[in-house]
Design a protein around this ligand. Structure first.
Ligand code: BGC
Length: 600
């Protein structure tokens, strides 16, 4: 730790009372706390849960909100020390909660681009769009190494290949944090650790692997990020061999802090400690003693403060541990320059006109182009001629909400073109390049070989986030997982029960077949957060493109379909051909397309 900062931290810590220290350890949701309460309880941080936004969700609404919290946190008097609040959000593919933001492809698509320079550029632009809203902290990048496409968070993972995730991690952190002056925001690497390795790919499930595999596969991407000076790490909901990460002092206190030398702030996930014990009182001591420094508390921050005070008074949590937590929180705040920044309304980037600007969108469009993976191209049907008579069909063709996926404006994402402001749908992109393209009004029923030379059918998944994206083959999956975990399992309603696209979305194959049966060649573009078993759809199409979740700039898809740019994306996940075995590590797993595959 920088000596000047260390001195400042120690001097401030000396002045703090127990309640001021405990307040710093709390992060709660904007809906349940006012600026006056931030001051009265010395709260260290406020966040927006997915989709939680002030006012009309305009940039100015965010700046005003942050300004009010900041002003309250900086009022100094006999009872209160001026310690700037830090506001956190999930800016995981652009500043995705805010209306009009540039929405980048989700991580799975960025993995296919295999371009670390691009990652740093995306992170820098994301930081600018976050700073425009007066916010200083994002809960990104996710460094999960997803091993099972059943997992609803597969799209938050760059790759099943730990080495690729490791190549990205420090670049993304550098792009976000910059020089930690006025141009940077605090990055968070998450979720520590093993989130992508749970049995059956259950969100919040159990990762049953050896320590060697945990370190070699799931921890490895964190090392370059820690070297790059990442200021926060978020603990994971999952368990490791039955024990919850949120209560795991070996993983947090010993491995992360002592062995790897992480000096920043360890934050819990959303109410993450609540599942470690039946009683909330006990859960707090478990979490603090495991080494968590700041607690993301969705609502019950008052009981949290009361209980932690009680633990401190009775010695069930030591003052030494509380001081370690507060030191790390203050270090994060000093290191990111928060104490030197003026109020949010007066900061250089606040309300900046570059938010959602063309230059940022051009970068997102480049990322889209580089993320596309061409899986099949019979008779070199692609690229298409711009004067071809193209019929465009499929439920995801003209739907910016769907192409952005989860964590876009709302936690679970949106549908249609109304809520994501700015950008183009894939259809709009095609329309701008191909004068003779028309949109099917009836799912391809109107396909006519006399009028259409070729069809582009845009199919795939609809938005989801976290456990609501899980695919669970049956209830026994939960029963088995739950019985292995020491603590509670919080499962959400899954997305479906089969990894076969035809089972999940029969309408997609129907549209492809309807058009193909009329003798019109079909180019299928699949929008999805993961590879799925799509043999029928691939076989029925002449060309097949995996577009992942491209975000707001659908134009990037059209750029490549019509040959303005070449296909260059390579699979960062293997593409399954059967539903079992489907885990990368399973013996006998034979993918339809391996990692690295992608036609040019
Ligand atoms: C997710 C985290 C996220 C947090 C705050 C949790 O449910 O697991 O990834 O950062 O919510 O929105």
């Amino acid at each position: 730790m920088d000596e000047t900062i260390r001195a400042k931290v120690e001097s401030l810590l000396q002045q703090m009372t127990l309640s001021q220290k405990i307040g710093q350890m709390v992060q709660t949701e904007r809906m349940v706390i006012t600026p006056a309460e931030v001051k009265a309880f010395h709260i260290g941080s406020v966040l927006s849960g997915g989709g939680s936004c002030p006012g009309d969700n305009q940039v100015a609404d965010w700046v005003d909100m942050n300004d009010a919290y900041w002003a309250a946190s900086m009022e100094a008097d006999d009872e209160h020390l001026a310690i700037p609040i830090i506001y956190g959000i999930d800016a995981i593919h652009g500043n995705n909660n805010v209306s009009g933001a540039t929405i980048f492809p989700h991580n799975i698509g960025l993995g296919a681009a295999n371009d670390p320079d691009l990652m740093e550029a995306i992170a820098r632009v994301t930081a600018r769009e976050v700073l425009a809203t007066g916010v200083d902290w994002t809960f990104a990048p996710t460094l999960a190494v997803a091993h099972d496409p059943h997992w609803g968070r597969t799209y938050e993972s760059y790759s099943q290949d730990s080495a690729l995730v490791a190549r990205y991690s420090s670049r993304f952190v550098q792009g976000l944090q910059g020089d930690l002056g006025q141009d940077g925001i605090v990055a968070t690497v998450k979720h520590w650790v093993g989130d992508g390795g749970t049995t059956h790919g259950i969100e919040q499930g159990d990762t049953r692997i050896s320590e060697g595999e945990l370190r070699g596969v799931h921890m490895a991407p964190y090392l370059p990020a820690i070297d790059a000076g990442v200021l926060s790490v978020m603990v994971s909901f999952n368990s490791w061999n039955g024990d919850k990460c949120h209560g795991h002092s070996y993983l947090i206190d010993y491995v992360l802090k002592q062995q790897l030398g992480f000096q920043g702030c360890v934050i819990s996930d959303w109410d993450g400690i609540d599942y470690t014990a039946d009683s909330y009182f006990d859960a707090i001591a478990i979490g603090v003693n495991a080494g968590i420094d700041m607690f993301m508390v969705s609502e019950h921050w008052r009981p949290f403060i009361e209980h932690l005070s009680c633990h401190a008074t009775h010695g069930t949590v030591s003052m030494q541990r509380i001081d370690d937590a507060v030191r790390r929180i203050l270090y994060m705040k000093f290191a990111c320059g928060l104490f030197d920044k003026p109020r949010p309304a007066e900061r250089y980037w606040s309300n900046h006109e570059s938010f959602g600007c063309q230059e940022h969108r051009d970068l997102a469009r480049e990322a889209v182009r580089k993320s596309l993976v061409l899986l099949k191209n019979e008779d070199q049907l692609l690229p298409l001629a711009k004067d071809a008579r193209v019929l465009v069909a499929g439920k995801n063709a003209d739907n910016i909400g769907h192409q952005c996926g989860g964590f876009t404006v709302a936690w679970q994402g949106t549908s249609g073109n109304e809520f994501v402001v700015g950008g183009t749908s894939i259809w709009q992109g095609i329309q701008s390049l191909a004068a003779n393209a028309v949109m099917s009004s009836a799912d391809g029923e109107d396909a006519d070989p006399a009028q259409h030379d070729v069809a582009i059918v845009v199919i795939g998944e609809t938005p989801y986030a976290e456990g609501m994206g899980d695919i669970r083959d049956g209830d026994d999956v939960i029963i088995q997982a739950g019985s292995q975990i020491n603590g509670k399992l919080k499962t959400l309603e899954p997305y479906g029960s089969s990894l076969v696209l035809e089972d999940l979305h029969p309408e997609d194959l129907a549209t492809i077949q309807r058009i193909r049966d009329k003798g019109i060649p079909v180019v299928t573009v699949m929008v999805s957060g993961r590879p799925l078993v799509a043999n029928s759809e691939i076989d029925a199409s002449q060309s097949f493109v995996a577009a992942w979740l491209p975000g707001s700039e659908g134009q990037g898809v059209a750029d490549v379909l019509f040959g303005d740019h070449a296909f260059s994306g390579k699979l960062s996940f293997s593409w399954p051909q059967t539903t079992s075995p489907v885990r990368v590590s399973d013996t006998g797993y034979e993918p339809r397309f391996p990692v690295g595959f992608g036609l040019e």
